[in-house]
Design a binder for this molecule. Sequence first.
Ligand code: UDP
Length: 324
Amino acid sequence: MKVLVCGGAGYIGSHVVRYLNTNGHEVVVFDNLSTGHREAVGMAQFVKGDILDSAALNELFANCRFDAVMHFCALSQVGESVVEPYRYYHNNVVGTLNLLQAMRAAGVRKLVFSSTAAVFGNPEHDFIDENHSTRPISPYGASKLMIERMLADAAGAYGLRSVALRYFNAAGADPSGEIGELHEPETHLIPNVLLAALGKDVELKVFGNDYPTRDGTCVRDYIHVNDLASAHLKAMHFMNEREGFHVFNLGNGRGFTVLEVINAARYVTGENINFKYAQRRTGDPAVLVASGDKARMLMEWTPQVTDITDIIETAWRWHRRIKH
Ligand code: UDP
């Protein structure tokens, strides 16, 4: 299949591009490189452009006949979205509307959309399934939920087939060590822990040690980025059989505390990783763990790398290579 990957130069997008290429699909990446990296695209065809630029999108669809689109372009920092909500709604919601309109004009009717566990807001119970209420507590989460609603409406009105994949905590890197997670500034736990292991100039902070969890630190569901990649391909096949709009939660169904992550990183790196306890971070729920049953049952998707040590080991290969 010929697939357009918008945002294919970013962390998750670049892993999906690599996975699609490996599985024999032809990929065109469209990315404005605001947070992505050209070198992460590898051998795939690359077009530099912005989803806010409708003319660029129309030209792209005029030049290529795509079977499906995967859409990863987004501003994605929760804290920043609280401070600059208009920027988030403009980029994420308006940008996606532009993409959907360009797809419609070109007659492209399949989309896999990067959604997020942030659509749920504060969890009401453990093991969050797709029926959990959606009350996002940040503009970032709200922008993703608005897009899900647009996709549901587009299914009814225009026959768009789409799958929204709500990622929990994407983590790890391709085992080749050639691509990985590189954000500036880095806010995510595992990269920050590994930068500390490399002795880089970061003071690792653990945000809160008084949560109602087994060691007082937050529990998260870390899902390997290549398992996310395989879910995207499954979602593309799923849309061949099914009309309409569908959502799936993607996690590995196991939760690890911040301290368990640090201990696993100590084991993997052999380094004594120092940290300080700091205030809770605003908007962090105590526990966020997915129920992955729906994706397992309907898409026959099973994550392969579920142990936190194995996930960190792949991230470490990448970090050691680029930061040394
Ligand atoms: N966290 C931390 N120190 C850091 C970064 C994150 O203690 O430098 C904690 C954060 O409070 C949360 C967990 O690690 O409980 C995962 O945070 P991350 O930002 O990686 O992902 P999120 O859960 O926000 O999507």
